[in-house]
Design a protein around this ligand. Structure first.
Ligand code: ARG
Length: 481
């Protein structure tokens, strides 16, 4: 950067190392589209307010559009010595149109400019990620539709606990992701205020029309306090925190895929397209994509730490530290977006092993709660019934039997309330069907949950079946689970 950039008070050129250290154009050039959009809105408002002449503003808008086209075509020469995206674009404009370009920055500072750019960029990114979550939801919804009749163990402590439907498990993933989506959209809504007109920190002496630029840029209104407007980055913190939540969900889903695709579980086979082999062991088929999604969560958590520690202790208002907000925000979005797409492919192409899942129900006394509930429904206090069922589990273990293999005399020896119909209660399908409350795994409840999620997605304009098919998931009847 030459002294000209910073004006009259500088006599020496900046140190080369200092320049390389402080430039941000390498990463903030991603804000170019938003920066130009913001500048055009600002320029038009300056003209409407009589602050700039209409002819100048016409030249500015045309010039900015030409610069935008150059950037889009990849022909723009980004220059470290111009420090950041704002100065690069402004000086390209001045080079093109001369003095008119030099008037663009009237009543504006890079501080309100960068705050505006980041809000515009992040707002868009939130909507993009929310769309990718919807895409994954479409895949999961179709997979749920195919697996209502697949029973599997539900787990607590990673111990087999009670039988559920695979579809119910998949719908739990949907519930997690549904919250992530709304958290991102909430953040997008809260950040949707225009900082333009806050200047460097204390507004400006020019009679800007803040509402006009806000409206033009699709903001819901303007920020309230000029000091806060240039210093606030909590909109980024809450956005990246929402991404962290999403990333942790994707990691937990991935962990289940890793477990389920092991020999030990054998619940799922990942498609060849989303697995890898071993360079040494010819038999291996590794769930690398799921492992990487799990692993990349560390990056996203790191991005959040990066951001919050950078902000902690900064006095009002703008401090140059805040330039460092961009890499973690960009990285968190890039990482989560990629994970969302990879999981859509992984889950679309995976095949679930109904036989293995149902076989797993046979061991682990998943019907012990049924015994307790059976007695309790016949008047035995639940705590007592729980105790009786526990003793029967112990007996079955000792005799190397399942609970339904114990004869009635054995059951009655523990409690006389047992009758022949207890064996029907131990049936896994019956056990699931009795769990017939809203939010539960009974068939009708699961079908209702599927229908309501489909309605929700379609109301948002998602073509559920077409999207799922793109990722290899075909509606029930159209293929094996
Ligand atoms: N590149 C800077 C950033 O991203 C722009 C704002 C610079 N403001 C300043 N007063 N140096 O934060």
């Amino acid at each position: 950067m030459s002294q000209k950039t910073w004006g009259g008070r500088f006599e020496e050129d900046p140190d080369k190392a200092a320049l390389d250290f402080s430039q941000s154009v390498d990463f903030d050039k991603r804000l170019a589209v938003q920066d130009i959009r913001g500048s055009i809105a600002h320029a038009r408002m300056l003209s409407a307010q009589g602050i700039l002449e209409a002819a100048d503003v016409e030249r500015i808008v045309e010039g900015l559009q030409a610069v935008a086209a150059e950037i889009e075509a990849g022909r723009f020469a980004w220059d470290h010595s111009k420090e950041d995206v704002h100065m690069n674009i402004e000086s390209a404009l001045i080079e093109r149109i001369g003095d008119a370009g030099a008037r663009l920055h009237t009543g504006r500072s890079r501080n309100d400019q960068v705050a505006t750019d980041m809000r515009l960029w992040t707002r868009e990114a939130c909507h993009r990620s929310a769309g990718l979550i919807d895409q994954l939801l479409c895949v999961l919804l179709v997979r749920a539709g195919q697996t209502v009749e697949v029973l599997m163990p539900g787990y607590t402590h990673l111990q087999r606990a009670q039988p559920v439907r695979l579809a119910h498990h998949i719908l739990a993933w949907c519930a997690m992701l549904g919250r992530d989506r709304t958290r991102l959209l909430d953040a997008a809504r809260r950040m949707n205020r225009s900082p333009l007109g806050s200047g460097a920190l204390a507004g400006t002496t020019f009679p800007l029309d803040r509402e006009a630029t806000a409206l033009e840029l699709g903001f819901d209104g303007i920020t309230e306090n000029s000091l806060d407007a240039v210093a606030d980055r909590d909109f980024l913190v809450e956005t990246v925190a929402a991404l962290v939540n999403c990333s942790i969900h994707l990691s937990r889903i991935s962990e289940e895929l890793v477990l389920w695709s092991s020999q030990e579980f054998g619940f799922v086979r990942m498609s060849d397209a989303f697995t890898t082999g071993s360079s040494m062991m010819p038999q291996k088929k590794n769930p690398d994509m799921a492992e990487l999604v799990r692993g990349k969560t560390g990056r996203v958590v790191g991005d959040l730490m990066n951001l919050v520690v950078m902000l902690k202790g900064l006095p009002l208002t703008y401090n140059r530290d805040m330039q460092e907000d961009k890499p973690p925000v960009f990285d968190a979005f890039d990482t989560v977006d990629a994970c969302l797409q990879i999981l859509a492919g992984s889950l679309g192409g995976a095949s679930f092993d109904k036989a293995r899942m149902e076989a797993a129900l046979g061991q682990g006394f998943l019907d012990a709660t049924e015994l307790a509930d059976y007695l309790s429904a016949r008047g035995v206090p639940f705590r007592h019934a729980h105790h009786v069922a526990g003793r029967l589990v112990k007996r079955a273990l000792d005799q190397n039997k399942t609970l339904s293999e114990l004869d009635l005399a054995t059951l009655q020896a523990e409690d006389p309330n047992f009758a022949e119909d207890v064996y029907a209660a131990l049936d896994m399908e019956a056990a699931v069907e009795r769990r017939d409350l809203p939010g539960g795994p009974a068939r009708a409840r699961v079908h209702a949950a599927i229908a309501s999620l489909r309605e929700e997605l379609e109301a948002r304009g998602q073509d559920v079946d077409a999207i799922a098919a793109r990722f290899g998931a075909v509606q029930a009847g159209g293929g094996a689970p």
